[in-house]
Design a protein around this ligand. Structure first.
Ligand code: FES
Length: 176
C-alpha cells in the first residue's frame, strides 16, 4: 500500500498531468524516491492508486531507464555509453570506474554506496564523455575528474555517518 506521504505527493503531481497514464512515471519516481527502487509491490501499489493494470505499469517502468526495478546503492552512477561518449573515451572511464570501485556495469559496491549502470545519451554530447550520479550531471570527464567526484560523495557519506553517530535516533543529544 502507498504510504500517506507517497499518496499525498502523487496527488499533488496529478494536477500537472491530463490523466493517470501521463502521471504514472512521476508516480513511480515518487515511490522510488521513498523506497530506493520500485519492487513488484511498488508497481502493484501505484497501479492500484492510478487504477491502471499492473502489467501496463510494469511495461512503462521497464522501458524508462531511470526507474530501478532492482535494489540499487545509495548513489546511482549512470555512465553514458552512446556514440559521442563512446568515441570520447567511454571504455577507459568504464574501466577506471571498475578499478576504482571494484564493480562492473549493473553491480553495486560492497558497502552499498554506488551502483554503476550504462545509460543512453545524457544530452551532453558536446561535452562528452558524461555521466550522472543521482540527479547531478558531470561532463568532460577524465579519470582524475571521476576520482575527484567520487571522493566528494564518499566524504559526504563519512560526514553523514559521523553525524548519525552523534545524534541518537530520538533526536536527543547525549549532553544535558
Ligand atoms: S553521447 Fe554521451 S551525452 Fe550524448
Amino acid at each position: 500500500m502507498l504510504s500517506e506521504q507517497e499518496r499525498h505527493e502523487i496527488e499533488a503531481q496529478s494536477h500537472h498531468y491530463p490523466n493517470n497514464r501521463a502521471l504514472c512515471i512521476e508516480a513511480l519516481k515518487i515511490v522510488q524516491a521513498h523506497r530506493g527502487w520500485v519492487s513488484d509491490e511498488g508497481i502493484a501499489d501505484v497501479a492500484e492508486a492510478l487504477q491502471m493494470a499492473a502489467a501496463e505499469l510494469e511495461g512503462v517502468a521497464t522501458f524508462y531507464n531511470m526507474i530501478f526495478r532492482k535494489p540499487v546503492g545509495r548513489h546511482v552512477i549512470l555512465l553514458c555509453d552512446s556514440v559521442s561518449c563512446w568515441i570520447m573515451g567511454y571504455d577507459g572511464l568504464r574501466e577506471h570506474l571498475h578499478a576504482r570501485l571494484g564493480i562492473g556495469l549493473g553491480e553495486t559496491t560492497a558497502d552499498g554506496c554506488f551502483t554503476l549502470l550504462p545509460n543512453v545519451c545524457l544530452g551532453a554530447c558536446d561535452h562528452a564523455p558524461a555521466m550522472m550520479i543521482d540527479s547531478a550531471h558531470y561532463q568532460d570527464l577524465d579519470p582524475a575528474g571521476i576520482d575527484e567526484i567520487l571522493a566528494k560523495y564518499q566524504m559526504n557519506e563519512i560526514r553523514e555517518e559521523k553525524k548519525e553517530k552523534r545524534e541518537p535516533p530520538d533526536g536527543n543529544t547525549a549532553d544535558p
